[in-house]
Design a protein around this ligand. Structure first.
Ligand SMILES: [Zn+2]
Length: 258
């Protein structure tokens, strides 16, 4: 194990640290898609819906809401987004606004979205092997099996996430967890998540989106997904609609028929 290298502070103003610039990563100047379309296309594998980049849970039709598209920096203002353009932390031709560019997004299951957006974990890009690696910064037991391993984000994709945005997310994580060790230990050799290897998502570090899904591939689901309230709201709305319809019918019946 080796300590996770730290970024030197203050962060540079003329672009991200070496190795994290969008040009150095071979990213195109402009995103080719809208946010939703771009993230779905990039994070889909085997013709399924998008996978959770961390645990490999994928969305079945009956599980609407289990996989969600979320932002790397969820509350960034358009003004801050434009400042990142000016500083060349992201492409000057990035889509307008942080909520419209797929390179500020990724697909995660409900559990891991909560942990990522609540600043419990870090996703660190490693320029030397071009992988995005999960760091269990808050030392959460359920995340430990994913710690120090590369997740299903493809830096070679035309809509690859900006590595620089994960640096800013990491700064927030460190700010939210000042009691945690600054240099958590990570493996010497970065490997892919177990489900990525067992499922054949990568072949010599190249992602395969179009291969038929293997029968023996089951997404890891170490923690059961939180029950979505979406379906509950839909059922409630259905009951309200039925009640209003019956009420209107009885009023009409009483007035004109009875
Ligand atoms: Zn997950």
């Amino acid at each position: 194990m080796v300590p996770l290298p730290r970024f030197q502070l203050p962060l540079p103003l003329n672009g991200p640290p070496p190795g994290y610039g969008w040009e150095e990563c071979g990213m195109s100047a402009s995103a080719s898609r809208s946010f939703k379309t771009g993230v779905h296309r990039r994070d889909e594998f085997f013709g399924q819906a998008a996978y959770c980049a961390i645990c490999g849970l994928f969305m079945l039709e009956e599980d609407l809401g289990v996989i969600q598209l979320c932002y790397i920096l969820k509350d960034l203002s358009p003004r801050a987004w434009n400042r990142l353009k000016d500083l060349n932390w992201i492409s000057p031709q990035a889509n307008d606004g942080p909520r419209h560019d797929p390179r500020n997004g990724l697909a995660l299951c409900l559990n891991h979205r909560d942990l990522f957006e609540n600043y419990d974990c870090i996703i660190r890009y490693f320029p030397e092997n071009r992988k995005f690696v999960l760091i269990n910064y808050s030392d959460i037991p359920d995340l430990q099996e994913f710690h120090g391993k590369a997740i299903a984000l493809d830096i070679n994709d035309r809509d690859a996430p900006y590595p620089s945005l994960f640096i800013l997310h990491e700064m927030r994580v460190r700010g939210f967890q000042p009691e945690q060790p600054l240099d958590p230990a990570i493996p010497d050799n970065i490997t892919w998540q177990d489900w990525i290897l067992s499922g054949g998502l990568v072949n010599q570090d190249t992602f395969s989106h179009d291969l038929p899904r293997r029968q023996n591939m089951l997404p890891l689901q170490s923690t059961p997904p939180r029950q979505s309230t979406h379906s509950g709201r839909m059922v409630f709305r259905g009951f309200v609609c039925v009640f209003l319809f019956l009420f209107a019918f009885f009023v009409w019946f009483w007035k004109y028929i009875a």
